[in-house]
Design a protein around this ligand. Structure first.
Ligand code: ATP
Ligand code: MG
Length: 382
């Protein structure tokens, strides 16, 4: 059964109906499939494009049984219940596997596993109790104490310089399992998205160079402004992780570029399409959501080639007026090489990802400069 390709108009299911689920649904519908979304939010961004919205909690048995009727099921977020994925896998094709999703849900397991695969991480120590904080922990200072589970967009992280600060931070996290990570000499951050069906059919997108603001991704620039050697190495590392996991689906691998020598260390993995891959919709031969559809259907990933240098800029709720008034879309919509994507979210909040745009240009620096200018123009009312 695993080898028979699933063709349109089969029904594809997705756990989670946020913006990633929405872009998945657009891709799947465009390719002629039907889409069923499971998400408890009645206003889930993906619902607008889905044939069917199962509006229920992610562990709702009846809803999971409905979803299990789909020809294949995937997910758009890593904090999905891995058991729900395993349940679905008894009834239908599920990718990525619940086991792969589970690894990415816990930073301690994830880092141990990355090391086991023979790749570097920042030096770290698991802190699962106050007793784990000893003189030896000083080797990881100055560092960042990150909760082992449920962290995203820099949440659940406290920077610490001394053992006393470390103890206080552990208490502040409420004594939950944490990872103490040594601060590395960060020269940049990149991510590589891998699309893998099996060891014969695997493609990687060009690495994206990521710029964060206030712990949230602000811009992704492609091609990354790094040597061809380092970029090639990044693609190989990401592919190696996917191979080690025998991964089926779209996998994002975030890496730090460290020191003068631009050594690459793996920060974390996300078992799904990624915010830093949104440019692929407007700038690549096939995009990350089409790849997700293809692979869950047992089809080989398509060409990942970059067709133009570009910069993706996130649009957060911050650029909406305090009274809920819309940003000034005019300059962006007047720009002939920019593509606006809005997620249809009902209310704008600070830090909430409302949409993004992609600006194409002759080279990465120009794309970044133009995207920054266009981003500025959003919050200037006409
Ligand atoms: P996201 O959801 O954006 O991936 P997150 O909550 O998973 O964020 P991390 O990716 O672990 O958090 O870290 C957030 C940011 O903090 C990184 O992008 C990086 O800029 C910085 N950072 C994290 N760990 C280190 C480190 N060991 N050394 C230096 N900087 C770090
Ligand atoms: Mg991260």
């Amino acid at each position: 059964m695993q080898n028979t390709p699933i063709l349109p108009p089969a029904n594809l299911g997705i756990l989670g109906g946020g913006q990633l689920g929405r872009m998945f649904a657009v891709a799947a519908k465009t390719m002629g499939y039907k889409v069923t979304v499971l998400d408890p939010d009645p206003n889930a961004p993906a619902a607008e494009f889905a044939d069917r919205h199962l509006c229920a909690p992610f562990d709702d048995e009846a809803a999971l049984n409905e979803l299990a009727q789909c020809a294949a099921v995937t997910t758009e977020f890593e904090n999905v219940n891995a058991d729900a994925m395993r349940f679905l896998a008894q009834h239908t094709r599920v990718s990525p596997s619940g086991d792969c999703v589970a690894i990415a849900q816990n930073r301690i397991q994830e880092k141990a596993w990355i090391r086991k695969a023979g790749l570097q991480t920042a030096p770290y120590q698991a802190v699962c109790g106050a007793d784990d904080i000893t003189e030896a922990s000083a080797a990881f200072l100055p560092g960042i104490l990150k909760t082992a589970t449920l962290g995203y967009d820099g949440k659940g992280q406290i920077r610490v310089k001394t053992l006393d600060e470390l103890k206080a931070a552990f208490a502040e996290h409420g004594g939950v399992d944490c990872v103490l990570e040594k601060m590395v000499d960060l020269r940049g951050e990149i991510s590589v998205i891998v699309c893998r069906l099996d060891n014969q059919h695997i493609q990687t997108f060009d690495p994206a160079e990521n710029i964060h603001e206030n712990g949230i991704l602000a811009y992704s620039i492609v091609p990354a402004r790094l040597s061809a050697d380092v970029q090639q190495q990044a693609r190989q590392m990401a592919q190696r992780l996917a191979d080690e996991l025998d991964y089926v689906g779209v996998l994002a691998v975030e890496m730090f570029v460290v020191g003068d020598t631009h050594e690459l260390v793996v920060n974390e993995i996300a078992p799904r399409p990624h915010n830093s891959g949104h440019h692929t919709i407007d700038a690549c031969a096939a995009d990350q959501f089409q790849q997700q559809v293809r692979i869950m259907c047992g089809l080989a990933p398509a060409d990942t080639r970059l067709l133009s240098a570009c910069c993706m800029a996130n649009i957060l709720g911050d650029v909406w007026g305090g009274d809920g008034s819309e940003p000034d879309w005019q300059p962006l919509q007047n720009h002939s090489r920019s593509h606006l994507h809005l997620y249809g979210k009902k209310s704008a909040r600070k830090g909430r990802k409302m949409g993004h745009f992609v600006t194409l240009a002759a080279d990465s620096n120009t794309a970044l400069t133009e995207a920054q200018q266009l981003h500025q123009s959003l919050s200037v009312q006409p």
